[in-house]
Design a binder for this molecule. Sequence first.
Ligand code: SF4
Length: 347
Amino acid sequence: MAGETKHLSGLLPAELEDLTVRLGEKPYRGRQLFEQIHARLATSLDDVSVLPAALRQHLSAQGFSAHGLTISKIQESSDTTVKMGLSTSDGLVVESVLIPMETGAFTQCMSSQAGCALGCAFCMTGMLGWTRNLTAAEIVDQHLLALAGFPERPVKNLVFMGMGEPLLNVDEVVKAIRLLQHERGRNLSPRRITVSTAGIVPGIRRLGQEVDCLLAVSLNAPTQELRAELMPVSRRYPLDELMAALKGFPLPPRRRITFEYVLLPGVNDSPAHARDLVRLLSHIRCKVNLIPFNPFPGSRFARPSDESVDRFLELLAAKQMVATIRRSRGSDILAACGQLAGTKDDA
Ligand code: SF4
Protein backbone atom coordinates (compact mmCIF):
# COMPACT_ATOMS: atom_id res chain seq x y z
CA MET A 1 0.00 0.00 0.00
CA ALA A 2 2.91 2.36 0.57
CA GLY A 3 3.31 3.16 -3.14
CA GLU A 4 -0.22 4.27 -3.79
CA THR A 5 -0.56 6.41 -0.67
CA LYS A 6 1.80 8.85 -2.42
CA HIS A 7 -1.16 9.80 -4.61
CA LEU A 8 -3.23 12.10 -2.45
CA SER A 9 -6.47 11.64 -4.41
CA GLY A 10 -6.63 8.11 -2.99
CA LEU A 11 -6.74 9.22 0.65
CA LEU A 12 -9.89 9.89 2.68
CA PRO A 13 -10.12 13.10 4.72
CA ALA A 14 -9.16 11.32 7.96
CA GLU A 15 -6.06 9.87 6.29
CA LEU A 16 -5.08 13.28 4.92
CA GLU A 17 -5.55 14.76 8.39
CA ASP A 18 -3.14 12.16 9.79
CA LEU A 19 -0.69 12.97 7.04
CA THR A 20 -0.74 16.74 7.57
CA VAL A 21 -0.42 16.27 11.34
CA ARG A 22 2.62 14.05 10.74
CA LEU A 23 4.08 16.90 8.71
CA GLY A 24 3.58 19.31 11.62
CA GLU A 25 0.37 21.00 10.41
CA LYS A 26 -3.16 21.23 11.83
CA PRO A 27 -5.67 18.50 10.88
CA TYR A 28 -7.94 20.93 9.04
CA ARG A 29 -5.21 21.24 6.39
CA GLY A 30 -5.89 17.62 5.50
CA ARG A 31 -9.59 18.33 5.06
CA GLN A 32 -8.73 21.33 2.87
CA LEU A 33 -6.50 19.14 0.75
CA PHE A 34 -9.32 16.63 0.23
CA GLU A 35 -11.78 19.37 -0.76
CA GLN A 36 -9.33 20.98 -3.16
CA ILE A 37 -8.60 17.70 -4.95
CA HIS A 38 -12.12 16.21 -4.97
CA ALA A 39 -14.53 19.15 -4.94
CA ARG A 40 -12.47 21.90 -6.58
CA LEU A 41 -10.66 19.53 -8.95
CA ALA A 42 -7.12 20.77 -8.33
CA THR A 43 -4.93 18.90 -10.78
CA SER A 44 -1.61 19.44 -9.02
CA LEU A 45 -0.27 20.51 -5.64
CA ASP A 46 0.60 23.87 -7.22
CA ASP A 47 -3.14 24.41 -7.72
CA VAL A 48 -3.86 24.01 -4.01
CA SER A 49 -3.08 27.61 -3.16
CA VAL A 50 -5.10 27.59 0.08
CA LEU A 51 -2.35 25.46 1.61
CA PRO A 52 0.86 27.17 2.79
CA ALA A 53 3.61 26.93 0.19
CA ALA A 54 5.87 25.30 2.78
CA LEU A 55 3.39 22.43 3.25
CA ARG A 56 3.03 21.92 -0.48
CA GLN A 57 6.81 21.84 -0.88
CA HIS A 58 7.08 19.44 2.03
CA LEU A 59 4.54 17.10 0.40
CA SER A 60 6.32 17.25 -2.98
CA ALA A 61 9.71 16.68 -1.38
CA GLN A 62 8.32 13.51 0.23
CA GLY A 63 7.15 12.26 -3.15
CA PHE A 64 3.44 13.06 -2.83
CA SER A 65 1.44 14.18 -5.83
CA ALA A 66 -2.21 15.14 -6.23
CA HIS A 67 -2.97 12.32 -8.68
CA GLY A 68 -1.75 8.91 -9.75
CA LEU A 69 -2.76 9.24 -13.42
CA THR A 70 -2.17 11.73 -16.21
CA ILE A 71 -4.22 12.00 -19.39
CA SER A 72 -1.95 10.82 -22.20
CA LYS A 73 -4.33 10.39 -25.14
CA ILE A 74 -7.75 11.70 -26.10
CA GLN A 75 -9.96 10.39 -28.88
CA GLU A 76 -13.29 11.98 -29.70
CA SER A 77 -15.99 10.16 -31.63
CA SER A 78 -18.39 11.81 -34.04
CA ASP A 79 -21.21 11.15 -31.53
CA THR A 80 -19.31 13.19 -28.82
CA THR A 81 -18.07 10.10 -26.97
CA VAL A 82 -14.58 10.70 -25.57
CA LYS A 83 -12.07 7.94 -24.89
CA MET A 84 -9.24 8.91 -22.58
CA GLY A 85 -5.97 7.03 -22.31
CA LEU A 86 -4.55 7.62 -18.83
CA SER A 87 -0.95 6.80 -17.91
CA THR A 88 0.05 5.39 -14.56
CA SER A 89 3.33 6.34 -12.90
CA ASP A 90 4.72 2.89 -13.83
CA GLY A 91 4.03 3.37 -17.54
CA LEU A 92 0.76 1.51 -18.06
CA VAL A 93 -2.19 3.00 -19.93
CA VAL A 94 -5.75 2.48 -18.78
CA GLU A 95 -8.82 3.73 -20.57
CA SER A 96 -11.97 5.50 -19.50
CA VAL A 97 -14.82 6.62 -21.72
CA LEU A 98 -17.32 9.47 -21.46
CA ILE A 99 -20.56 8.39 -23.10
CA PRO A 100 -23.32 10.87 -24.04
CA MET A 101 -26.81 10.23 -22.72
CA GLU A 102 -30.06 11.49 -24.19
CA THR A 103 -30.38 14.01 -21.36
CA GLY A 104 -27.22 15.84 -22.50
CA ALA A 105 -25.26 14.56 -19.49
CA PHE A 106 -22.56 11.89 -19.72
CA THR A 107 -21.96 8.49 -18.19
CA GLN A 108 -18.35 7.60 -17.49
CA CYS A 109 -17.12 4.06 -17.96
CA MET A 110 -14.42 3.40 -15.36
CA SER A 111 -11.59 0.87 -15.39
CA SER A 112 -10.62 -1.03 -12.26
CA GLN A 113 -7.64 -3.07 -13.47
CA ALA A 114 -4.94 -2.74 -16.13
CA GLY A 115 -6.09 -5.55 -18.41
CA CYS A 116 -8.30 -8.38 -17.19
CA ALA A 117 -7.61 -11.97 -16.20
CA LEU A 118 -11.07 -13.37 -16.98
CA GLY A 119 -10.82 -13.84 -20.74
CA CYS A 120 -14.50 -13.58 -21.69
CA ALA A 121 -14.83 -14.82 -25.27
CA PHE A 122 -16.50 -11.62 -26.56
CA CYS A 123 -14.16 -9.07 -24.95
CA MET A 124 -11.12 -7.30 -26.35
CA THR A 125 -9.76 -6.35 -22.91
CA GLY A 126 -9.83 -10.03 -21.96
CA MET A 127 -7.54 -10.87 -24.88
CA LEU A 128 -4.78 -8.74 -23.34
CA GLY A 129 -4.46 -10.55 -20.06
CA TRP A 130 -4.05 -8.91 -16.67
CA THR A 131 -1.22 -6.61 -15.60
CA ARG A 132 -2.23 -5.29 -12.19
CA ASN A 133 -5.01 -3.87 -10.05
CA LEU A 134 -5.52 -0.13 -10.11
CA THR A 135 -5.24 1.75 -6.84
CA ALA A 136 -8.13 3.75 -5.39
CA ALA A 137 -6.29 6.91 -6.51
CA GLU A 138 -6.00 5.61 -10.07
CA ILE A 139 -9.71 4.78 -10.07
CA VAL A 140 -10.99 8.12 -8.76
CA ASP A 141 -8.49 10.02 -10.92
CA GLN A 142 -10.26 8.79 -14.06
CA HIS A 143 -13.32 10.73 -12.90
CA LEU A 144 -11.58 13.76 -11.38
CA LEU A 145 -9.38 14.30 -14.45
CA ALA A 146 -12.41 13.89 -16.76
CA LEU A 147 -14.35 16.54 -14.84
CA ALA A 148 -11.38 18.92 -14.87
CA GLY A 149 -10.46 18.24 -18.50
CA PHE A 150 -13.92 18.15 -20.10
CA PRO A 151 -16.13 20.63 -18.24
CA GLU A 152 -18.45 20.76 -21.26
CA ARG A 153 -19.22 17.07 -20.76
CA PRO A 154 -20.92 16.89 -17.36
CA VAL A 155 -20.56 13.36 -16.01
CA LYS A 156 -23.55 12.30 -13.90
CA ASN A 157 -23.16 8.54 -13.65
CA LEU A 158 -20.22 6.22 -13.20
CA VAL A 159 -20.24 2.62 -14.34
CA PHE A 160 -17.43 0.20 -13.51
CA MET A 161 -17.61 -1.49 -16.90
CA GLY A 162 -14.24 -0.52 -18.36
CA MET A 163 -11.06 -2.56 -18.24
CA GLY A 164 -10.94 -5.23 -15.57
CA GLU A 165 -13.17 -7.05 -13.10
CA PRO A 166 -13.94 -4.62 -10.25
CA LEU A 167 -14.72 -7.34 -7.73
CA LEU A 168 -11.29 -8.91 -8.17
CA ASN A 169 -9.98 -5.56 -6.90
CA VAL A 170 -12.61 -5.10 -4.27
CA ASP A 171 -10.49 -3.32 -1.61
CA GLU A 172 -9.50 -0.49 -3.93
CA VAL A 173 -12.90 -0.30 -5.66
CA VAL A 174 -14.69 -0.04 -2.31
CA LYS A 175 -12.29 2.67 -1.20
CA ALA A 176 -12.73 4.54 -4.50
CA ILE A 177 -16.51 4.45 -4.02
CA ARG A 178 -16.12 5.82 -0.48
CA LEU A 179 -13.95 8.62 -1.85
CA LEU A 180 -16.42 9.42 -4.62
CA GLN A 181 -19.38 9.38 -2.25
CA HIS A 182 -17.73 11.52 0.44
CA GLU A 183 -19.79 14.59 1.28
CA ARG A 184 -16.74 16.87 1.23
CA GLY A 185 -15.85 15.73 -2.26
CA ARG A 186 -18.01 14.59 -5.19
CA ASN A 187 -20.80 13.44 -2.84
CA LEU A 188 -22.14 11.02 -5.48
CA SER A 189 -25.37 9.31 -4.54
CA PRO A 190 -25.51 5.50 -4.48
CA ARG A 191 -27.77 5.54 -7.54
CA ARG A 192 -25.07 7.21 -9.63
CA ILE A 193 -22.45 4.49 -9.26
CA THR A 194 -22.86 1.05 -10.81
CA VAL A 195 -20.42 -1.77 -10.28
CA SER A 196 -20.58 -4.37 -13.03
CA THR A 197 -19.23 -7.82 -12.31
CA ALA A 198 -18.70 -10.98 -14.34
CA GLY A 199 -20.01 -12.83 -11.28
CA ILE A 200 -17.36 -12.93 -8.54
CA VAL A 201 -19.47 -14.37 -5.72
CA PRO A 202 -17.34 -13.40 -2.67
CA GLY A 203 -16.90 -9.90 -4.14
CA ILE A 204 -20.67 -9.48 -4.54
CA ARG A 205 -21.14 -10.32 -0.86
CA ARG A 206 -18.45 -7.88 0.24
CA LEU A 207 -19.69 -5.09 -1.98
CA GLY A 208 -23.21 -5.43 -0.56
CA GLN A 209 -21.87 -5.30 2.99
CA GLU A 210 -19.39 -2.46 2.58
CA VAL A 211 -20.87 0.21 0.30
CA ASP A 212 -24.18 1.34 -1.14
CA CYS A 213 -24.22 1.39 -4.94
CA LEU A 214 -25.99 -0.20 -7.89
CA LEU A 215 -25.01 -3.67 -9.05
CA ALA A 216 -24.89 -4.99 -12.60
CA VAL A 217 -24.02 -8.53 -13.61
CA SER A 218 -22.56 -9.42 -16.98
CA LEU A 219 -24.64 -12.55 -17.58
CA ASN A 220 -24.61 -13.25 -21.33
CA ALA A 221 -26.02 -16.77 -21.13
CA PRO A 222 -29.05 -18.27 -19.40
CA THR A 223 -27.51 -21.70 -18.72
CA GLN A 224 -24.38 -22.81 -16.90
CA GLU A 225 -23.16 -24.79 -19.90
CA LEU A 226 -23.25 -21.88 -22.34
CA ARG A 227 -22.06 -19.37 -19.77
CA ALA A 228 -19.00 -21.48 -18.94
CA GLU A 229 -18.15 -21.51 -22.65
CA LEU A 230 -18.39 -17.73 -23.01
CA MET A 231 -17.12 -16.73 -19.58
CA PRO A 232 -14.50 -19.07 -18.06
CA VAL A 233 -15.08 -17.42 -14.64
CA SER A 234 -18.41 -19.25 -14.55
CA ARG A 235 -16.56 -22.52 -13.97
CA ARG A 236 -15.25 -21.08 -10.70
CA TYR A 237 -18.54 -19.41 -9.71
CA PRO A 238 -21.35 -21.42 -11.33
CA LEU A 239 -24.67 -19.86 -12.20
CA ASP A 240 -26.60 -21.36 -9.27
CA GLU A 241 -24.06 -19.97 -6.75
CA LEU A 242 -24.15 -16.60 -8.51
CA MET A 243 -27.94 -16.42 -8.41
CA ALA A 244 -27.93 -17.36 -4.72
CA ALA A 245 -25.46 -14.55 -3.95
CA LEU A 246 -27.57 -12.08 -5.94
CA LYS A 247 -30.71 -13.03 -4.03
CA GLY A 248 -28.82 -12.07 -0.85
CA PHE A 249 -27.61 -8.71 -2.22
CA PRO A 250 -29.17 -5.82 -0.26
CA LEU A 251 -31.72 -4.17 -2.55
CA PRO A 252 -33.63 -1.16 -1.22
CA PRO A 253 -37.22 -0.69 -2.47
CA ARG A 254 -37.51 0.28 -6.13
CA ARG A 255 -33.92 -0.71 -6.89
CA ARG A 256 -33.14 -3.48 -9.35
CA ILE A 257 -30.10 -5.52 -10.27
CA THR A 258 -29.14 -5.00 -13.91
CA PHE A 259 -28.25 -8.03 -16.00
CA GLU A 260 -26.17 -7.28 -19.07
CA TYR A 261 -26.59 -9.64 -21.96
CA VAL A 262 -24.32 -9.25 -24.98
CA LEU A 263 -26.25 -10.64 -27.94
CA LEU A 264 -24.05 -12.93 -30.04
CA PRO A 265 -25.79 -14.08 -33.22
CA GLY A 266 -26.33 -17.82 -33.41
CA VAL A 267 -24.82 -18.28 -29.92
CA ASN A 268 -27.16 -16.90 -27.25
CA ASP A 269 -29.95 -15.07 -29.10
CA SER A 270 -32.57 -17.73 -29.94
CA PRO A 271 -36.16 -17.76 -28.64
CA ALA A 272 -35.18 -20.70 -26.41
CA HIS A 273 -32.42 -18.60 -24.86
CA ALA A 274 -34.92 -15.80 -24.21
CA ARG A 275 -37.29 -18.25 -22.51
CA ASP A 276 -34.47 -19.68 -20.37
CA LEU A 277 -33.43 -16.17 -19.41
CA VAL A 278 -36.94 -15.25 -18.27
CA ARG A 279 -37.07 -18.43 -16.18
CA LEU A 280 -33.65 -17.81 -14.62
CA LEU A 281 -34.43 -14.24 -13.58
CA SER A 282 -38.04 -14.71 -12.56
CA HIS A 283 -37.31 -14.51 -8.81
CA ILE A 284 -35.02 -11.48 -8.85
CA ARG A 285 -36.01 -7.80 -8.95
CA CYS A 286 -34.07 -6.89 -12.06
CA LYS A 287 -33.84 -5.38 -15.49
CA VAL A 288 -32.04 -6.72 -18.53
CA ASN A 289 -29.75 -4.62 -20.67
CA LEU A 290 -29.34 -6.14 -24.12
CA ILE A 291 -26.07 -5.18 -25.80
CA PRO A 292 -25.71 -6.01 -29.50
CA PHE A 293 -22.18 -7.37 -29.91
CA ASN A 294 -19.61 -4.90 -31.30
CA PRO A 295 -17.07 -6.75 -33.41
CA PHE A 296 -13.40 -5.81 -32.92
CA PRO A 297 -10.31 -6.89 -34.88
CA GLY A 298 -9.82 -10.61 -34.28
CA SER A 299 -13.19 -11.28 -32.65
CA ARG A 300 -14.95 -14.49 -33.65
CA PHE A 301 -18.53 -13.21 -33.37
CA ALA A 302 -20.59 -11.09 -35.74
CA ARG A 303 -22.84 -8.11 -35.05
CA PRO A 304 -26.48 -9.18 -34.65
CA SER A 305 -29.09 -7.71 -37.00
CA ASP A 306 -31.44 -5.04 -35.62
CA GLU A 307 -34.38 -7.39 -36.29
CA SER A 308 -32.92 -10.20 -34.19
CA VAL A 309 -32.17 -7.79 -31.33
CA ASP A 310 -35.72 -6.40 -31.45
CA ARG A 311 -37.14 -9.93 -31.54
CA PHE A 312 -35.19 -10.95 -28.42
CA LEU A 313 -36.39 -7.81 -26.62
CA GLU A 314 -40.00 -8.53 -27.56
CA LEU A 315 -39.76 -12.08 -26.20
CA LEU A 316 -38.59 -10.71 -22.83
CA ALA A 317 -41.17 -7.91 -22.80
CA ALA A 318 -43.95 -10.41 -23.54
CA LYS A 319 -43.10 -12.07 -20.22
CA GLN A 320 -43.19 -8.72 -18.33
CA MET A 321 -39.44 -8.56 -18.01
CA VAL A 322 -38.03 -5.02 -17.84
CA ALA A 323 -35.53 -4.90 -20.68
CA THR A 324 -33.78 -2.28 -22.80
CA ILE A 325 -31.32 -2.27 -25.67
CA ARG A 326 -28.03 -0.46 -25.19
CA ARG A 327 -26.96 0.75 -28.61
CA SER A 328 -23.21 1.24 -28.76
CA ARG A 329 -21.59 4.62 -28.65
CA GLY A 330 -18.11 5.45 -29.81
CA SER A 331 -17.60 2.27 -31.80
CA ASP A 332 -15.61 4.25 -34.40
CA ILE A 333 -12.87 4.82 -31.78
CA LEU A 334 -13.13 1.37 -30.12
CA ALA A 335 -14.74 2.89 -27.06
CA ALA A 336 -17.78 0.65 -27.01
CA CYS A 337 -18.44 -2.09 -24.50
CA GLY A 338 -15.73 -4.76 -24.46
CA GLN A 339 -13.45 -2.75 -26.76
CA LEU A 340 -11.17 -1.10 -24.23
CA ALA A 341 -7.62 -2.30 -24.62
CA GLY A 342 -5.08 0.36 -23.71
CA THR A 343 -1.54 -0.87 -23.96
CA LYS A 344 1.90 0.48 -23.29
CA ASP A 345 2.11 1.36 -26.99
CA ASP A 346 -0.61 3.97 -26.53
CA ALA A 347 1.47 5.98 -24.08
S1 SF4 B 1 -15.96 -8.63 -20.24
FE1 SF4 B 1 -15.15 -7.68 -18.35
S2 SF4 B 1 -14.65 -9.48 -17.06
FE2 SF4 B 1 -14.85 -10.28 -19.15
S3 SF4 B 1 -12.73 -10.23 -19.97
FE3 SF4 B 1 -13.76 -8.27 -20.54
S4 SF4 B 1 -13.13 -6.82 -18.94
FE4 SF4 B 1 -12.76 -8.91 -18.14
